[in-house]
Design a protein around this ligand. Structure first.
Ligand code: FE
Length: 335
């Protein structure tokens, strides 16, 4: 009798001998399906610890070598870089990362899983598309936009990444002057999330809004209620810098934790997240763009149209200017 028990115990243990622990700021019920499929294919069980970025990061730092986490999944490269600077990640490499993910969306410490653009939104009833012709981010400081731009607060990481990319392209001196003029063009004291900026354009309070692409599609989907859906329908996306470097891009991505107990499994799971089927699933929920070439985005995202992305400015360069960007933004009166 006893040996049967031992055999059972052994096989049960063996069943889940392989595992990977995913610390993530993504929380979609439907992601569970992805992980189940991964387990069926590889025998590696995926344990998910979901939470907000700050508390998860704090836990990882406090637990140090004892932390069970293998992968840390974060939105916005600003957060990935800030984690990298705290020495949370280890270097990773895989031929699949190199073949599937453009160089500008990865570093040796983290890799993009999905991408988003931070663009301009306008109301066609208030502005003709002609007025926006050839518009660059750089033009948003011009006096013709005085009192017309809605954007959220300076402490927001998406804004810091955008300004950091503009510093990388135009230099600090240019951006010091630019920021003062840009802040002068705000339609109101910055407040609310990205969706609130789009709502401000829909209501006619602002002529232009700056927001990430996926918030617009999320509003259009009706998942945020009828009111926001109707508001988004009054607003159109505009992709700036189309005659030069392209649109400011950002990523959601993952890094492997420094003390990852299951590093090999972690790499396997990340490679799995980069397969077309899983990519489509991931971006279908978040309304982001897939990071690989041959995966589909959500229909509402596709309807926003094709555009030129800035692939010349690596997202890792935002980290270089993140602190300086925030300082300059505050100094220019951006609350
Ligand atoms: Fe967001």
């Amino acid at each position: 009798m006893r040996w049967i028990f031992l055999i059972l115990l052994f096989s049960f243990n063996n069943l889940f001998a392989e595992e990977v622990n995913l610390f993530t700021t993504r929380h979609y019920e439907s992601d569970i399906k992805i992980y189940k499929k991964f387990t069926e294919k590889t025998g590696i069980k995926v344990n998910v610890v979901a939470g907000k970025s700050k508390p998860l990061e704090k836990r990882i730092l406090e637990e140090g070598k004892d932390c069970i986490g293998d992968i840390f999944f974060l939105a916005d490269v600003g957060r990935l870089i800030s984690a990298e600077k705290k020495n949370i990640f280890q270097k990773i490499s895989s031929s699949i990362f190199e073949s599937e993910v453009p160089r500008s969306f990865r570093s040796e410490y983290w890799i993009g899983i999905a991408k988003r653009a931070r663009i301009i939104f306008y109301s066609p009833s208030k502005i003709s598309k002609n007025e926006l012709k050839d518009l660059n981010y750089e033009n948003l400081s011009e006096p013709r936009w005085k009192g017309q731009i809605a954007i959220r607060q300076a402490n927001n990481v998406y804004n810091q990444s955008l300004i950091a990319s503009l510093i990388e392209k135009n230099g600090l001196d240019y951006m010091k002057k630019w920021l003062k003029d840009f802040v002068n063009n705000f339609s109101r004291k910055p407040q609310g999330n990205d969706r609130a900026q789009i709502l401000s354009v829909a209501s006619g309070e602002s002529k232009l809004a700056i927001a990430n692409t996926y918030y617009y599609a999320l509003m259009l989907s009706g998942k945020k209620g009828k009111e926001q859906q109707l508001a988004a329908q009054k607003v159109k996306p505009f992709f700036p810098n189309q005659n030069n470097r392209g649109v400011h891009m950002n990523i959601s991505g993952v890094g492997v934790l420094k003390y990852s107990p299951n590093k090999e499994n972690a790499i396997k799971l990340i490679e799995y997240l980069l397969t077309p089927e899983v990519q489509s699933h991931i971006v279908n929920n978040t309304f982001e763009y897939p990071i690989i070439e041959n995966a589909e985005s959500n229909k509402l995202v596709m309807l926003m149209g094709k555009f030129k992305q800035d692939l010349d400015t690596p997202v890792s360069s935002y980290g270089k200017w993140q602190k300086e960007a925030y300082k300059l933004m505050k100094k220019s009166g951006w609350n």
